[in-house]
Ligand binder design. Structure first.
Ligand SMILES: [Zn+2]
Length: 450
């Protein structure tokens, strides 16, 4: 990490921890750490942080009511979709939003100088909490201007295409939309519609494609890149916090926004993992989280911490996202957790030409039959412990794209491919811990990801 960023986070951490202590939940949860000396919050906030228990999603749902000063009001609430558990709500007060606006204003001035505001076409979808409309006038004038778009019917799609072709003449704004942002699956749907409408990407002014919400598997990346002629940028984020991390296009390392302090902790304790696999926890630094502080928040993401230099992102201490804990194949032995197949790797395995796809958005007339680029793969992955000789059987079932034909060749292809994509699986099979089997099943209707 570059030292100015580390210093920024360290300086912001002391007031962040002091603010959190106003909250009953933290007063009680940090009891042991405070016993060892609260002066450390000021002297060495990183060390104090390292002794704190992680905050689980369940506590955010039930134990963290917003803390308001006298006359302060809730001005903004956002909910998560619940795709990774029960729906979670996050609140921000009017005073907090004003502070956040000031923060964004500073950032925008640093980055943008006197340049004109870029125009962004944002595909709205209820999959992720990046709907910015609730922030209303809080966004600074120097920030990008967002047009909201959607893929839910033909009218939205026609309007989107028209907007991307249009030239604007508004003082202070760019003359064309240069960026399209959206959840991976919405970008796929919209792109397929552009192709079907016979529109070439060169008829638009789009220079940047940003995907968020969901892992961008290489098959999706290639599909988008082929049409748009640019490499899509991937943002890792979760609804509970504003902002997130951009992913290095080379190594996949997460480059977090300055106000988010990431750490990698052991699966079973609050101990930091110096190198290797663990849980990602994030602390939201002030001015974010004044009314509802998130300190060492664990959202269910598993990551790998790697200590070697990547020449592209120039990081020597890299955090690589492996996937979601509840969608990954993990072997558990007492205190040890071994990630056999991360959910991101599962997606890489499943998005291949041999595996059939659902007709996603079947209600959408225009997309009904376009299952190639918008559907989710028919796959199911399970582990069965205690098979012959105490081995764990990892079983991947899939519905083949072609009905009939030779099953065993297909099963073997998917098996080989899986072992290549998930090195943890290959190692576990080689060491005799895991028996890995693939089954082609024409009647399978399970889908790993909705
Ligand atoms: Zn990198």
């Amino acid at each position: 990490m570059h030292s100015d960023l580390a210093n920024y986070r360290r300086d912001a951490l002391t007031p962040t921890l002091c603010n959190a202590l106003r909250h009953d939940y933290y007063k009680s949860a940090w009891h042991d750490a405070l016993e060892q000396g609260s002066a450390e919050i000021v002297d060495d906030p990183m060390r104090f942080l390292s002794r704190l228990p992680p905050l689980g999603k369940g506590t955010l749902q039930t134990g963290l009511p917003p803390l308001l000063e006298k006359n302060e009001k809730i001005a903004f609430a956002i909910h998560t979709t619940g795709s990774t558990g029960p729906v979670t709500y996050r609140y921000r007060s009017d005073a907090e939003l004003r502070e956040i606006a000031g923060f964004f204003q500073q950032v925008a001035e640093t980055i943008r100088g006197d340049r004109r505001r870029p125009l962004v076409y944002m595909l709205y979808g209820p999959y992720h909490g990046r709907d910015l409309s609730g922030l209303g006038g809080f966004f600074p004038q120097a920030a990008p201007y967002y047009f909201s778009g959607a893929v839910w019917d033909d009218i939205f799609i026609r309007q989107g295409i028209e907007l991307l072709r249009k030239r604007f003449d508004v003082p202070g704004l760019d003359d064309r939309i240069s960026q399209v942002h959206g959840a991976v699956r919405l970008l796929r749907v919209f792109t397929q519609c552009m192709i079907d409408a016979g529109v070439r990407a060169t008829e638009t002014g789009v220079e940047t494609l940003v995907s968020f919400a969901g892992y961008l598997a290489s098959e999706s990346r290639n599909f988008l890149q082929r049409y748009w002629g640019v490499m899509p940028l991937e943002i890792f984020s979760f609804s509970e916090v504003m902002g997130g991390a951009s992913k290095c296009p080379m190594c996949g390392a997460l480059n977090f926004d300055p106000h988010l302090l990431p750490e990698v902790l052991s699966f079973t304790s609050a101990q930091a993992v110096d190198e290797g696999v663990g849980r990602l926890v994030v602390t939201e630094l002030l001015p974010f989280g004044r009314s509802q502080p998130l300190i060492r928040y664990y959202n269910g993401d598993i990551v790998q911490r790697v200590k070697s230099l990547c020449p592209v992102c120039d990081q020597t201490d890299r955090i690589i996202h492996l996937g979601r804990d509840n969608e990954s194949i993990i072997l558990s032995e007492s205190d040890n957790r071994e990630v056999i197949i991360g959910s991101n790797q599962l997606r890489e395995i499943a998005y291949c030409s041999e595996i059939a796809r659902t007709a996603e958005y079947p209600h959408l007339r225009a997309l009904k039959d376009r299952t190639t680029h918008v559907g989710a793969p028919f796959v199911a992955c399970e582990t069965i412990a205690g098979m012959n000789g105490g081995k764990t059987e990892v079983r991947l079932r899939f519905r083949p794209r072609q009905i009939g034909g030779s099953r065993s060749n297909l099963e073997d292809e998917v098996r080989q491919r899986s072992m290549q994509i998930a090195p943890g699986l290959g190692a576990a099979v080689e060491s005799g811990k895991v028996d890995f089997r693939t089954h082609a099943d024409d009647s399978l209707d399970s889908v790993l990801w909705k």
